[in-house]
Design a protein around this ligand. Structure first.
Ligand SMILES: Nc1ncnc2c1ncn2[C@@H]1O[C@H](COP(=O)(O)OP(=O)(O)OP(=O)(O)O)[C@@H](O)[C@H]1O
Ligand SMILES: [Mg+2]
Length: 347
């Protein structure tokens, strides 16, 4: 079979055809990618939407095909419960990253208590080809889908668009939950190092039922975990502080290089705890040192206090922000589910 990857947008741009519109190209490209995904997962999954892709992997929101094999096919609403997220390696990437991610998720899932497990993806199933050949290169794993699929990057982009700082209470909430999750990883023996902590690798599980509850912070993407082979937790700690520092400084001047001169920030905020928190991050990054244990002692109790004492107005601002982001994330409709099943049956 000709590789569907040949239908890359770049290839299409190089050989323009007057009859083919941009929408046609996108849809051809998307259909080809879906074919590739079905092939690589041996038709175990029916792709619905691409959730994201990076240097090493592509994540698809997909239906478990076995669920649709029943006669009669269950309703779209029932099938919704069988939606999961499936990660496959991008072509030419090192398949080992999928295997090592599965290993880490197995360790994390086995070790966590329910209060901790909510901060990590739940591994459902996987297939690893031990000796991949050109035609047999089946590596994938599935995990519980987080829908709507929102990352901290979506939140900071939304704040950037509306030229608003990220709510301090939300940043504090992320600091508390993420420091817990990272601390848990580092406590394992040997420690689990994430090694790729950034806004795109932190998801928010949003529950919009009333009354509003703060979202659950979920740390995803263990594809680079352990790549350096060491046990020093410093790299993760600095990435974590840089991530919080960037969130705390959304919409502040001079933040794009990741560093902000301390004085202007101190001048424009009056809450002492918040200034201490941001300055603590600043100096941790400057000095390249602040063990997570110390961060937990110095700042987490104050951040927790801020979250626990948040007033109704603060919470409703955060709720509005999350609603706005969710409206931008395309929902999976019943029609899309039924159409995806029909396409997969016709193949
Ligand atoms: N369990 C999940 N449920 C829903 N969406 C998910 C899930 N896991 C990942 N995603 C989405 O897929 C995107 C890519 O996932 P992930 O970071 O694991 O892949 P990646 O290929 O390593 O990407 P990158 O290199 O950009 O970090 C995430 O940013 C998120 O939007
Ligand atoms: Mg990622």
């Amino acid at each position: 079979m000709a590789s569907p990857w040949l239908y890359s947008p770049i290839a299409s741009v190089q050989s323009p055809s007057p009859e083919v519109t941009k929408d046609d190209e996108d849809s051809m490209c998307s259909n080809a990618l879906k074919d590739e995904f079905r092939h690589n997962t041996e038709n175990r999954f029916i792709p619905l939407k691409k959730a994201g892709s990076g240097t090493y992997g592509v994540v698809w929101i997909a239906l478990q095909a076995a669920l649709t094999a029943q006669n009669p096919v269950p309703s779209a609403n029932t099938l919704r419960a069988g939606i999961c997220a499936v990660k496959v390696p991008v072509e030419d990437s090192d398949e080992c990253t999928v295997a090592s991610e599965v290993d880490v998720l197995k360790r994390v899932n086995a070790a966590t208590s329910p209060t901790m497990s909510k901060h990590f993806p739940e591994l459902l199933d996987w297939l690893l080809t031990l000796e991949p050949s050109e035609n047999d290169n089946f590596n994938w794993f599935s995990m519980a889908a987080i829908i709507p699929s929102i990352t901290l990057r979506d939140v900071s982009s939304s704040c950037d668009r509306s030229k608003e700082p990220m709510p301090e209470t939300l940043v504090s909430h992320v600091a508390v939950q993420l420091s817990n999750a990272i601390g848990f990883l580092h406590e394992q023996s040997p420690p689990i190092l994430h090694e790729d902590l950034h806004e795109g690798n932190v998801m928010l599980k949003v529950d919009m039922k009333s009354p509003f509850k703060m979202p659950t912070v979920v740390l995803i993407d263990f594809g680079l975990s352990g790549r350096c082979g060491g046990t020093s937790t410093l790299g993760d700690e600095l990435m974590f502080y840089a991530l919080l520092f960037a969130l705390a400084n959304t919409q502040q001047p001079c933040t794009h290089d990741g560093k902000l001169p301390p004085e202007p920030l101190a001048l424009c905020h009056h809450d002492k705890n918040w200034i201490d928190f941001v300055m603590g991050l600043y100096w941790a990054l400057e000095l390249e040192s602040l063990p997570l244990r110390e961060f937990n002692n110095l700042y987490v109790p104050k951040a927790m206090e801020r979250v626990n004492n948040a007033d109704g107005r603060t919470l409703s601002n955060i709720e509005d922000l999350l609603r706005l982001i969710m409206e931008r994330v395309p929902q999976i409709t019943d029609e899309e589910i039924l159409e995806a099943i029909a396409i997969s049956e016709s193949n």
